[in-house]
Ligand binder design. Structure first.
Ligand code: GDP
Length: 301
């Protein structure tokens, strides 16, 4: 239900455009497919994904001898779901049961990184796990304070140093604290500077090295936080970050605030990084594990 509500902007926009298209084209022809292609691209599905999808639909329409434009609509959702359902098991977070789980959050400022960390902390707490936050974004003014406030809101402690201090030193402190308190989950914020890829790469590597020196297979997840409302920009951020470090999954925020929810498909198709979490609002409960079927249903149903 939440998924569906969160996607209402995308769905309303898509469904009304689709209805308009179908009412103008009674029969399926080349022009119909051209317009459908434009419609999907405008929903940020991503050009390559759309082209493949349209080819797929063309072939399927021929095979099934579909002539009526309105009969194409169910096929679209079917084909999109097929594409997304590659491997649904990839959507679950890699959580360790017998040792501490360390999750690193990366992403540029303003995408909703702090909020997502707060939501994830809240979710783990609800599951009965103990959680600690590490304020690794020592660069952005106010970031440390903002994370602490989220921590207080959900009832977990934040390990922090002063603004401008070395993020790797903060991580070291946080790991020591997490070990001595025997917490289940350590959630680590990082700075979101993207201007210089080499610096970004070095900083993330340094932080990761400090973590893995203390806990050999950590971090267990590197989650890239992307803002769904930024469309193709999110896609280019994903490219840059995945070149800078091993990103294990994506947390896509603000899906509720966009009519271009098709970005999930573009990310999945063009980067092959699983979308693991989606943000559907500003509250601590507005976080969902990504589910392909629910997603496609929310888009078109
Ligand atoms: P950060 O700079 O990346 O840490 O971003 P913040 O966590 O401060 O979030 C920036 C803004 O986006 C805040 O106003 C958040 O409340 C808002 N935000 C974050 N996630 C979501 C979401 O899933 N939906 C909506 N509607 N707003 C969100």
């Amino acid at each position: 239900e939440k998924f569906k509500n969160g996607l209402s902007k995308t769905r309303e926009s898509f469904v009304s455009k689709m209805n308009d298209l179908v009412s103008r084209y009674r029969t399926v022809d080349e022009e119909f497919f051209e317009e459908l292609e434009d419609l999907l691209i405008s929903a940020d599905v991503g050009v390559n994904t759309v082209m493949e999808l349209i080819d797929d639909l063309r072939g399927e329409a021929k095979r099934q001898n579909i002539k009526d434009a309105k009969d194409i609509q169910p096929l679209i959702s079917e084909k999109l779901a097929e594409r997304l359902q590659k491997d649904d098991s990839e959507n679950a977070l890699n959580v360790k049961e017998d040792e501490m789980t360390v999750i690193l959050f990366v992403g540029v400022n303003g995408v909703g990184k702090t909020t997502t960390i707060g939501k994830v902390a809240h979710r783990f707490k609800e599951e009965g796990k103990s959680v600690l936050l590490a304020a690794g974004d020592t660069f952005r003014a106010g970031a440390i304070e903002q994370l602490s406030v989220w921590g207080e809101r959900v009832g977990v402690d934040t390990i922090k140093q002063q603004e401008g201090s070395d993020p790797a030193a903060v991580m070291y402190d946080a790991i020591q604290a997490a070990k001595s308190r025997q917490v289940d989950v350590l959630l680590c914020d990082t700075a979101g500077r993207l201007q210089n890829k080499v610096n970004l790469m070095k900083e993330l590597e340094k932080v990761k090295r400090v973590i893995s020196r203390e806990i050999p297979d950590a971090p267990h997840e590197v989650l890239l936080v992307l803002d769904a409302t930024t469309g193709q920009n999110a896609l280019s951020q994903a490219k840059t970050f995945s070149e800078a470090t091993d990103v294990s999954g994506i947390a896509l925020t603000k899906l509720d605030g966009t009519a271009k929810g098709g970005i999930v498909l573009a990310i999945r198709q063009e980067l092959d990084i699983p979308v693991k979490l989606v943000g559907l609002g500003e509250g601590m409960d507005d976080l969902q594990t990504f589910d392909a079927e629910q997603y496609v249903h929310g888009l078109f149903a």
